[in-house]
Design a protein around this ligand. Sequence first.
Ligand code: G6P
Length: 364
Amino acid sequence: ASYDMGGHDTYMHKEIHEQAEAVDRVLRGRIDDRFSTVHLGGLNLDARDARAVRRVKILGCGTSYHAGQIGAQMIEELARIPADAEPASEFRYRNAVVDPDTLYIAVSQSGETYDVLAAVQELKRKGARVLGIVNVVGSAIAREADGGMYVHAGPEVCVVSTKCFTNTCVAFALLALHLGRTRDLSVRDGKRIIEGLRKLPAQIEEMLKQEEDVKKLAAQYADARSMLFIGRVRGYPVAREASLKLKEVSYIHAEAYPASELKHGPLALIEPALPTVAIVPDDDLLEKNRAAMEEIKARSGQILAVAHQEQEKADHTIVVPKNEDELDPILMGIPLQLLAYHTALALGRDIDKPRNLAKSVTVE
Ligand code: G6P
């Protein structure tokens, strides 16, 4: 497919800049202010079904898997249902235990990724209930699932996913809110999350205004041979996705690690030539994250922090607008898309079509 680039040099750049509109679309028509919840009719899950869910298992590949990790945390936090994400490609080969009280969720931009589709088919053969969180309407995974929701990111052409990732995270926030409100999430917390969701499009626009600053930072880090991304709890999947994005478009080696695990290995790598990107939300783990940055600084490591306020331990900070704690991962991913993009641009990479990669992997 070929769509107008609308004045952008690459689809990646265009798609990064379409995110405020895209988020607006995933929210549209779904919020129910009267009951502080959302309408997700396509789930085919009534309140009784929702209450019967004992666990949630999310399956996806690549960026969709990382969106699933963020989604799992949102579901645990807002609905208090144990949830986790796993690469669909691993799940389908390990003869996983399929449990009738678990709600399975398949995540896919294209809706055609073979490993995800095969996992869905295997689950259905074993009688499981599977929902799809998919972008492409009418795609194979959407058709195969028992229900689900479209993320309405619009067509995504660049091989690496940006706007669909963001919209999938927002879709998970809606699902978590919905599940939460059939359980113990209060009206007040429901309202708080809805207000946070409504703020996102304007906050995304605000974030994107910092592009020139991120571009300057990217120029400084473009000669790194390797980069470390760290985060804790909500920040960890953000670090993983940022590290994947950088690898995919710039070909710089990157590794994501939980900040809490630094002392169990990666500290040995720290030296001036290995920069660290630290995801530092202003939540109850802020002090812990500051301590991790101190450990890195003490070993002469350079640090770029992505945070809600200037970090004195870091060499540079990208300040992201604050939202509700549970929704912070959504906005924190955005400057890191810009960082990957501008690093790749500085290195002259083929941004929309990175070597060896395909937009959707429809074969085994
Ligand atoms: C490929 C793409 C990735 C994408 C993954 C899953 O590897 O290069 O960008 O995240 O497939 O694709 P899906 O369409 O299922 O989200």
